[in-house]
Ligand binder design. Sequence first.
Ligand code: AP5
Length: 206
Amino acid sequence: MRLVFVGPPASGKGTQAKVVCAKYGIAQISTGDMLRAAKKEGRLPADLVTRMAQGALVPDEVVIGLIAGRTLEPDAAAGFLLDGFPRTAPQATALDDLLGSRSQKLDAVLSLTVPRELLIERAVLRRTDKRTGQIYHLKYSPPPPGAELEHRADDHEDIVTKRLDTYEAMTAELLPYYEKMGILRVVDGVGGVEEVTARVLGALGR
Ligand code: AP5
């Protein structure tokens, strides 16, 4: 199974992707996580660190290169869920070309919708355990005692607002692209995590 999660910042893509991937035994591939890991290891060029911190996208060719390599790794052989890629029309076209060259195709693109005020609250109060990668929320899913929490540099309200603006400008072209292909499934992302998971699985018809 090959899936894509599209959705604004903090809409719950990462949270839902972990559940779906565990259920179907497919690889979760998050370009945001890959870029943050590269930054932590000092492998991300300074100009890209700045772009991410400012809430801007990194260039298409960077993320397309990451996806081309990562989707060939053994854990992706049974399928994968792309979380946060593609985000632009050129990325979507590059993904189609890449999969086409391997005689593969996408099964579904899930778009999570959440109102803007809720997205800001979800992002600003998000914390991640740096040892396990588990995502928490200080109000909705509080971390256990002893968790080693990180607050993302781009989760401060002014930057979240910029990321939301960037997303809105980008999806204007992306969602119709997948709608035309007949593989777009729009999922209401408001409600408890398990409630949203049930909607996601329902949209996948599984
Ligand atoms: P990326 O890491 O992909 O960020 P994003 O798309 O903005 O998404 P987030 O990780 O912020 O949120 P999410 O939807 O995964 O939500 P989560 O599950 O954590 O990208 C970061 C940056 O990298 C970009 O700005 C860009 O610079 C660069 N980049 C990445 N990909 C790129 C690409 N393709 N092209 C160019 N640049 C790229 O949930 C959020 C919070 O809400 C958590 O606290 C969670 O606990 C909580 N929560 C989740 N679900 C619920 C629920 N149902 N109810 C209550 N709380 C919930």
